[in-house]
Design a protein around this ligand. Structure first.
Ligand code: APR
Length: 389
């Protein structure tokens, strides 16, 4: 088989790229290891920022955004005292969308396949070859068990943090920079009423948060010990602790549909391309959920890659492809820095046993600056909108 681009991975990155290539009349094949049902029900991120909302609208894809608009109000609760930060106002009136990732994925799949897109699920053994030849080669077993070889001009590795693309380059070609934030969270999905605004709570007991994930669905984060896990947190312990941490004695409880511990770890792979293969999204970098930037950064990279491939295919101009990694890495490090800045601020402000009183006061000072009409508040608002320069 022949095509122009083989996209590996049907997450937000791969699906956005496939849709943008389709709208640019560039043939592509999207290969996904899992089933359609699995990817359409995987609960991950939940906030599309203002810049990514604009991107989908610019490409005529506004319909993929499900859920309500994000009015831009973020509530920081510090020792039980509420501070509303209007990051939409701080970023010049830009607002995002409270769109659960699985809703975005579902809509991107529908739009791509309705447009005649070639999307193959249940493809278990994708392998990538000949990345520095004049045609790359991707082999796999098709959905009906048939051995498949696809020759392509480009391969887009959108296969997430543990996919094959990053490891299919010769040893020493790419370097991975990792950071352990030494913070662990329980991440919980529950069938409970979502908060009126995203709620981030700081107290001596540690960080906690509450987000919209549907009209009757919530995502909670609860800072926990490094050895903690679901067994240490049965519902009868979890809900009282969430009420204390979130400073809301009336917080309703409900069925917990998912709970697991996530150790806050970040990583960036450099460079983000090798020969005919280009990495985008979690295949190139892992971000913590802090600040909600993982999915938004991934979608921006999908657009950068789509535009670079379009210029190369339409006009023979490969400058975008040559500069792809540099362009994306500069932005990825800026997003990593923002996520780290926020994670440090909201965790050092809490139980000072971790970092000592001096760093606790630094973090509280950083936090307090967001509640005034300061430069720090505007920079924060712009990063939340995704329009930080
Ligand atoms: N072959 C084909 N597909 C694969 C393979 C493989 N060998 N390995 C992984 N995949 C698929 C996964 O099944 C998944 O559907 O690649 C997709 C990667 O999707 P994500 O992990 O969601 O990564 P990405 O699309 O970059 O989106 C990043 O998702 O992980 C969250 O928080 C992250 O919100 C961010 C967003």
């Amino acid at each position: 088989e022949q095509t122009t681009v083989v996209v590996i991975g049907a997450g937000p990155t791969g699906l956005t790229l496939a849709n943008l290539l389709q709208r640019s009349d560039i043939p592509c094949v999207l290969l996904e290891r899992r089933s359609r049902d699995f990817v359409e029900n995987r609960h991950r991120a939940g906030i599309v920022d203002a810049r990514v909302r604009q991107l989908y609208e610019d490409w005529g894809l506004a319909d993929v955004l499900g859920g309500p608009p994000d009015d831009g109000l973020l509530e920081f609760r510090v020792d039980g005292v509420a501070h509303l930060v209007d990051h939409a106002r701080l970023s010049g009136g830009r607002y995002g969308w409270l769109c659960p990732q699985q809703v975005l994925v579902r809509n991107l799949i529908t739009t791509f396949t309705d447009g005649g897109g070639d999307l193959r699920f249940d493809v278990p053994d994708v392998a990538i070859h000949d990345l520095t030849a004049d045609r790359a080669r991707v082999t796999c077993t098709g959905p009906a068990g048939e051995p498949t070889t696809i020759e392509a001009r480009y391969v887009a590795g959108c296969d997430g943090a543990r996919g094959p693309s990053r490891v299919s380059v010769p040893p020493g070609t790419m370097a991975t920079y990792t950071f352990d934030h030494e913070v662990s969270w329980l991440t919980i999905m529950a069938t409970t009423p979502p908060p009126p605004h995203p709620l981030l709570s700081v107290s001596d007991q540690g960080y906690a948060a509450h987000f919209y994930r549907g009209p009757q669905a919530s995502r909670y984060y609860l800072q926990c010990g490094p050895q903690d896990g679901p067994p240490e947190w049965p519902a009868e312990r979890l809900w009282p602790e969430l009420r204390v941490r979130l400073g809301d004695a009336q917080l309703p409880d409900g069925p917990i549909t998912e709970i697991r511990r996530v150790d806050m770890r970040s990583e960036v792979c450099e460079p983000m391309s090798h020969g005919r293969m280009f990495l985008a999204g979690d295949s190139a970098h892992v971000m913590t959920p802090m600040g909600g930037k993982g999915m938004n950064l991934a979608v921006l990279e999908a657009e950068t890659l789509a535009l670079a491939i379009r210029a190369a295919v339409r006009d023979g101009d490969e400058a975008g492809l040559r500069g792809y990694s540099t362009t994306c890495l500069e932005r990825a490090w800026r997003y990593q820095e923002f996520s780290r800045w926020m994670l440090e601020m909201l965790h050092d402000s809490g139980d000072s046993s971790r970092v000592g009183p001096f760093r606790r006061r630094l973090a509280r000072t950083r936090l307090a600056a967001l509640f005034t009409d300061s430069t720090a508040a505007r920079v924060f608002g712009e990063m939340m909108a995704g329009v930080g320069n």
